[in-house]
Design a protein around this ligand. Structure first.
Ligand code: NAD
Length: 551
């Protein structure tokens, strides 16, 4: 039986308060077929699930509908445990997803437990019920390619070509992000249906029937310095080495297949999609072996391209680590995108901050865009350029939402602005304020967010745990801890949070506290790790770094 979920819209409550209602709408929104990859299996993106199964979803929805303002619902890896009496300023939902004792934190152990129905892989924002579709990664991808252009090509990708693979949920952001920066993209994707879908949505300009046609189109666009996004059906493990053989070296090479998960996220070379699906069922061990072998070939080709002058980077999917474990020497020399390109932005407290209009009315989002463009973003070229682009070109998936990398102070001010607008009736309904990861205060991930910390503290995972405890203490509406987001089981520990700005004065106070603490902890973690001065702005919000003299 087909299953369809869609968040309620409008001002009428189904729950007993907006805090509960906001979380219910976000949960159903992550499973909306406009948002989720395979909602019938509860898969949202990057093989991450929102809940364990249908029964868990129904139980959670019932619990949220009944939840009182002084109660907290506890979720263990996508399944409800119980409703506890707490108090009105406590979170309404707390959750822990996919956590394993470190000695057992391997894919093999995880799969055994998953098969027994005891846990789920929740990705960064799938189980946190904060995924809003392709817009989420689009801004991060845009900022990454803008930083690549600044560092290597004088500020623009015009006349340059970027090779990538994997145009799935997150990877689909790459064509827009590259062309927005003026460049040409060749995207290798094993699933032809995905390419046709992106062509229909104008995310790709063309799908080439073969490599020759693709290269001819790329070369012409490069010569004319014209942005172009070309899709090619194929396996990265075949196409990347073939390009090396032909001496067709891109200016930039990366990858966004879901290589963190060699069973469900990557397709081995030499198999059709149907053959791959059958092998995955019949002999998962053989499947994983073949995937890892293909990844090794692909990464070797990326290293060869780098030797011929291409800028190569790992896009946070653990591709290099998988290849290194397969014996590809130098795989870990490929830099990670956070360390290479994003850390200067993160050190300003920026990161994938986002908000969702619970009314379902796009006007609420456009009004906030305008207020920001006239207010805090007016003096902020990064935020204002993005907001204009997003307003004019992006579509909404599910509930209308906006992702924007506001700096630290603008984030805190944002909470006040929105809560007051809800109180004054200038917006149709409350706004959910939430975020993805990348910030080192909320994510410990030595191959991504915390790679190359100056003091060597890359694998220290206290910070995300502290982030979750602090956000719960501050009274965020939903607080969660997760394991394995982006890079897979064993490689990351992270914390998420969502606050529903419902327009009440009590929430106004909570919002300032939570937004200052959430990003502030990341600034303090950077400062402690050897980015001196990163934490300076936290003092404005009454946060007192320990061991330092007063202001
Ligand atoms: P997805 O499963 O939606 O997409 C992966 C795509 O890769 C699919 O379209 C698949 O058909 C294609 N693919 C698989 N094997 C291939 C091969 N050998 N050759 C060519 N194409 C192949 O995954 P997603 O949600 O887009 O995530 C991609 C990766 O990015 C994941 O590993 C995820 O953990 C990671 N990630 C990155 C960021 C970021 O900010 N960069 C953030 C979170 C997660």
């Amino acid at each position: 039986m087909a299953m369809h979920w869609r968040a309620p819209r409008g001002p009428k409550l189904s729950c007993k308060g907006w805090q509960q209602e906001g979380i219910l709408r976000l949960l159903l929104n992550t499973l909306d077929s406009e948002v989720a990859y395979r909602p019938e299996e509860f898969l949202v993106y990057g093989s991450g699930k929102a809940v364990r199964d249908r029964r868990s979803l129904e139980e959670i929805v019932r619990a949220l509908l009944d939840l009182e303002d002084h109660e907290t619902l506890v979720i263990q890896s996508g399944r409800g445990v119980a409703v506890f009496p707490t108090h009105p300023l406590a979170p309404r939902v707390i959750m822990s997803t996919g956590m394993l004792v470190p000695r057992w934190a391997t894919w093999e152990e995880f799969r055994t437990l998953e098969r027994k129905g005891l846990t789920i892989y929740g990705q960064n924002t799938a189980a946190a019920w904060a995924y809003v579709g392709t817009q989420g990664p689009l801004q991060g991808t845009y900022e990454t390619f803008a930083a690549v252009a600044r560092q290597h090509f004088g500020g623009s990708l015009a006349g340059r070509w970027v090779l990538t693979a994997g145009l799935g949920a997150l990877g689909a952001a790459q064509p827009l992000a590259v062309t927005m920066n003026g460049g040409v993209l060749l995207g290798v994707e094993v699933d032809g249906r995905t390419l046709q879908h992106l062509l229909r949505k104008n995310i790709l300009d063309m799908v080439a029937p073969d490599l020759d046609t693709a290269l001819a189109a790329v070369r012409q666009a490069v010569a004319e310095r014209r942005p172009l996004a070309v899709g090619l059906e194929g396996n990265a493990g075949d196409v990347y080495p073939e390009l090396v053989r032909r001496g067709a070296i891109p200016d930039v090479v990366t990858d966004l297949t879901a290589a963190h998960d060699p069973l469900d996220g990557y397709v081995p070379a030499g198999l059709t999609l149907d053959q791959a699906a059958r092998l995955r069922e019949r002999d998962p061990e053989d499947y994983v072996k073949r995937s890892l072998r293909t990844i090794a070939v692909q990464v070797q080709a990326m290293l060869d391209m780098a030797r011929h002058g291409a800028v190569a980077f790992d896009y946070g999917n653990n591709l290099r680590e998988q290849a290194a474990r397969e014996g590809v020497r130098d795989a870990l020399r490929i830099p990670g995108f956070v360390q290479a390109y994003l850390r200067p932005l993160l050190a300003q407290g920026r990161g994938p901050f986002r908000w969702v209009a619970l009314s379902g009315d796009p006007e609420d989002i456009y009004k906030i865009d305008q207020w920001l463009l006239e207010g805090s973003a007016a003096q902020d070229p990064i935020a204002s350029r993005w907001l204009r682009f997003a307003r004019d070109h992006l579509w909404f998936q599910g509930l209308p939402a906006r992702v924007c990398w506001l700096d630290y102070e603008s984030r805190v001010q944002f909470g006040r602005l929105v809560n007051e607008a809800v109180a004054a009736g200038r917006l149709q309904a409350p706004i959910a304020i939430t975020r993805d990861l990348l910030d080192v205060g909320a994510m410990a991930s030595p191959r991504r967010e915390t790679e190359g910390m100056p003091d060597g503290s890359d694998p220290i995972a206290d910070w995300p745990v502290l982030n979750a405890l602090l956000n719960a203490s501050g009274g965020a509406t939903l607080v969660c801890l997760g394991h394995g987001g982006s890079v897979g089981i064993g490689y990351s520990i992270h914390a998420g949070m969502t606050v529903i700005a419902d327009g009440t004065p009590a929430m106004g106070e909570r919002l300032e506290r939570i937004l200052a603490a959430d990003a502030g902890l990341g600034l303090l973690r950077l400062d402690r790790a050897g980015y001196p001065g990163a934490a300076a702005p936290v003092r404005r919000y009454g946060i007192r770094p320990v061991g330092e003299d007063g202001p």
